[in-house]
Design a protein. Structure first.
Lengths: 201, 188
C-alpha cells in the first residue's frame, strides 16, 4: 500500500516538475470562459532585404474599401509582433500573425458589408501615433501595415464565414455564445505582455 | 513514515515551484508603482487634451474639488502578471475603460493601447460597457481603489513636463506635440 502511494506520489512530482506542464499548456483561464464575449512579395535575397528595410506599401488610393479595411486590420493587430522564438508556421510566428491579420480582415469586411456596419470595431483610419511612426520610418509599423494590406488583398475565406474576433491576454472559449473556431498567438505586444486572437462564427 | 515524509517533501517542492512554470510571473503592485500609474493616466489625459471632457455642463466627472479640479476614482488590480496590470477608470470622452498597463524595469508605467482606437470590444483595452456588470463590480470591489486629479487648465509648464514624460514612455510620440505640429498627413 505504502509502495503504491510512493509510486503515485513520484509520478505526481514528475508531472508537476515537468517544465512543459504549466508553461506550454493551452488551458483557457477561468476569466476566459465568459460567453461573450510577412510575408513578403519577393523570394530569396530580395525577401530578406525587404524584411530588414521594409518600404511602406500604400493601399490603392482609388479603392476606399481597401483603405478602410487595411486601416481596421492594422488598428486591430498593429501592436502585435511575431515571436522570434516561434518556429515558422507555429503559433506566434510571422506566418501565424499573418494568418491572424487575414482572419481579422475577413471578419471586418463581413461586418462592414453586413446590415449592421456600425458594429464597433477599430477605426477605419490610422491614428496620429501611427502616422507619426510611419513618417519616422518605424520598421515594425511599416511591416505591420504592409502585412495588413497583404492580408486584406488575400481575398480568402480562412475563417469560413466567421463574424466575430477578439484580441485578449488569453484565449476565449466562445464569442457571442459561439464556440471559438480559430486561435492565433501568443504574440508579444509592442508595449509588453502577450496576446491571443480568438475567432468565432 | 517514509511515505509521509516523502509526501511532505513533495508538497514543499510543489510549493516552491517558480510561478513562471505555472504560466506567469506574478508580483504585487507597490504604492510607488500605483503613484506612477496615476501619473501615467494623468499625463495621457493632458497630452491628449482630454481634460475639458471631465468638466461637462451640469457637473464634473468624479468628485468635485473645485470649479476647475476633480478627483476621479482609479481601481487597480494589485497583481501584476509578467509585468502587466489592469486598471478601471473613467477616461473621458470615451467613458469608463478597462486598461492594461506595463511596468518597465526602470519603474516607468506605460499604458497599453492607443486611445484613438476608441476602446472597442474587440480589444483587450475596452470600455467597461462591454464587460458584464457583475465582473466590473467584482473587480472594483476586490482591486485597490486609488484616484487621480484632473485640472481643467494645466499650466504650460505642466504640459511641457507631460509631453516630455509621454515621449519617454512612447518612444517619442506626444499627442499634444503632434496636434500642435503640421505633421498630419499619412505618407504615400
Amino acid at each position: 500500500m505504502a509502495r503504491s502511494k510512493f509510486i503515485a506520489s513520484s509520478l505526481l512530482i514528475l508531472v508537476l516538475l515537468s517544465p512543459s506542464a504549466g508553461a506550454q499548456s493551452d488551458t483557457i483561464s477561468e476569466q476566459d470562459t465568459e460567453p461573450d464575449g510577412e510575408y513578403l512579395a519577393a523570394e530569396g535575397q530580395a525577401k530578406a532585404q525587404t524584411a530588414q528595410n521594409p518600404v511602406y506599401q500604400a493601399p490603392n488610393e482609388n479603392n476606399p474599401k481597401e483603405i478602410q479595411l487595411d486601416d481596421v486590420v492594422f488598428n486591430e493587430t498593429g501592436g502585435l509582433r511575431a515571436d522570434p522564438k516561434a518556429k515558422p508556421g507555429h503559433p506566434g510566428s510571422a506566418e501565424d500573425l499573418h494568418g491572424a491579420r487575414v482572419a481579422v480582415g475577413e471578419v471586418a469586411e463581413r461586418v462592414l458589408q453586413s446590415s449592421h456596419p456600425e458594429r464597433e470595431q477599430a477605426p477605419r483610419n490610422l491614428t496620429n501615433e501611427t502616422v507619426r511612426d510611419l513618417n519616422a520610418g518605424n520598421k515594425d509599423v511599416i511591416r505591420a501595415l504592409n502585412d495588413s494590406l497583404s492580408a486584406v488583398r488575400a481575398g480568402s475565406n480562412t475563417t469560413e464565414g466567421a463574424m466575430h474576433f477578439r484580441t485578449g491576454r488569453h484565449k476565449f472559449k466562445s464569442l457571442y455564445g459561439h464556440r471559438a473556431t480559430m486561435y492565433f498567438g501568443p504574440f508579444p505586444d509592442a508595449t509588453g505582455g502577450k496576446r491571443y486572437l480568438t475567432v468565432a462564427p | 513514515m517514509r511515505t509521509s515524509a516523502f509526501l511532505s517533501i513533495s508538497l514543499l517542492l510543489i510549493a516552491s515551484l517558480p510561478s513562471s512554470a505555472q504560466g506567469a510571473k506574478k508580483i504585487r503592485l507597490t504604492s510607488s508603482e500605483t503613484k506612477a500609474l496615476v501619473q501615467a493616466v494623468q499625463d495621457e489625459i493632458y497630452d491628449r487634451e482630454y481634460q475639458g471632457h471631465f468638466f461637462p455642463e451640469g457637473g464634473p466627472v468624479g468628485d468635485i474639488i473645485s470649479e476647475s479640479r476633480t478627483r476621479v476614482p482609479l481601481y487597480v488590480d494589485p497583481v501584476l502578471e509578467d509585468g502587466e496590470g489592469e486598471a478601471i477608470y473613467k477616461l473621458m470622452p470615451h467613458g469608463e475603460v478597462l486598461r492594461l498597463f506595463h511596468m518597465h524595469d526602470d519603474g516607468t508605467i506605460v499604458l497599453d493601447g492607443d486611445p484613438e482606437l476608441g476602446f472597442p470590444a474587440s480589444q483587450p483595452n475596452r470600455k467597461t460597457v462591454y464587460i458584464r456588470d457583475g465582473d466590473v463590480d467584482r473587480m472594483k470591489h476586490t482591486w485597490v481603489k486609488s484616484s487621480f486629479e484632473i485640472d481643467l487648465s494645466p499650466s504650460p509648464e505642466t504640459i511641457q513636463e507631460v509631453v516630455r514624460r509621454q515621449k519617454q514612455r512612447t518612444g517619442g510620440f506626444s499627442a499634444w506635440e503632434f496636434a500642435h505640429s503640421k505633421e498630419t498627413k499619412k505618407p504615400q
